[in-house]
Design a protein around this ligand. Structure first.
Ligand code: PLP
Length: 227
């Protein structure tokens, strides 16, 4: 066994983390189902319909209607459905110009899809602090870090330690807690970062002025990139 595998877990730290998470997630409500599908006769009928029509892949009326409904629900000018949340994130990052050598900021409490999509685009995930009430990115701490740990040279913001361009911030609405998108968008605007959102598990939630998610979307999920 490697040293890493044989290292004992820090039970104190694990217990402290569990306690903090429980305090945010209201333990009296009991366990929170993750990825629990809510499928009934309507979905079964829709699947049978697809099979009968032969349109079972990336095109067809159902896909187009879904994209149109999502555009209407979110106010997005363009919507492209993908086969997975990871694919949506990857497409969003590449469409936003993220590529090899770029550094992409994301909350440390996250789904692995975010880091996978960034790595798949050739960029480097950089995990940042999470705030305790909503479990999303700590915008104030990030603002401070950007101020002290990055420098803008020739119009490019770089990490002083790694020297890499810090190009984007991916925010995630953790377990249905809406991130303060207005604050994240303002920080991105002020610091020249591209803002990418990955909002599954949040149905038409609103945070302040910003509509933050898509109706009826557990993964596969929409991701959007905005400057
Ligand atoms: C917030 C978020 N983004 C992206 C994904 C990735 O979705 P998929 O598993 O469909 O690739 C998930 C899945 O858990 C997710 O919760």
């Amino acid at each position: 066994m490697s040293d890493r595998r044989s290292r004992p877990a820090d039970t104190g730290l694990v217990a402290a983390l569990a306690e903090r998470l429980a305090s945010v997630l209201s333990p009296e409500r009991g366990p929170y189902p993750l990825h629990a599908p809510d499928l009934g006769p309507e979905e079964a009928h829709a699947v049978a319909d697809c099979v009968a029509s032969g349109w079972v892949s990336t095109a067809g009326d159902r896909t187009h209607n879904f994209e149109a409904a999502l555009a209407a629900a979110t106010g997005a000018a363009h919507v492209v459905a993908t086969a997975s949340g990871t694919a949506a994130l990857h497409a969003g990052l590449v469409a936003a110009g993220i590529g090899p050598g770029d550094e992409v900021l994301m909350p440390a409490l996250n789904v692995v899809a975010t880091a996978n999509a960034v790595a798949h685009a050739g960029a480097v995930p950089h995990f940042v602090e999470v705030e305790e009430t909503g479990l999303g990115v700590d915008v104030a701490a990030l603002a401070q870090w950007l101020d002290t740990a990055t420098v803008v040279r020739h119009g490019v913001r770089r990490n002083r330690v790694t020297g890499r361009p810090v190009r984007a911030l991916v925010v995630m609405h953790c377990l249905g807690h809406p991130v303060d998108l207005d604050a994240a968008a303002a920080l991105a605007r002020d610091t020249g970062l591209i803002l990418v959102r990955t909002p599954p598990r949040l149905s038409a939630a609103r945070t302040g002025m910003a509509r933050s998610a898509a109706t009826g979307c557990s993964p596969p999920c929409p991701s959007t990139a905005t400057r």
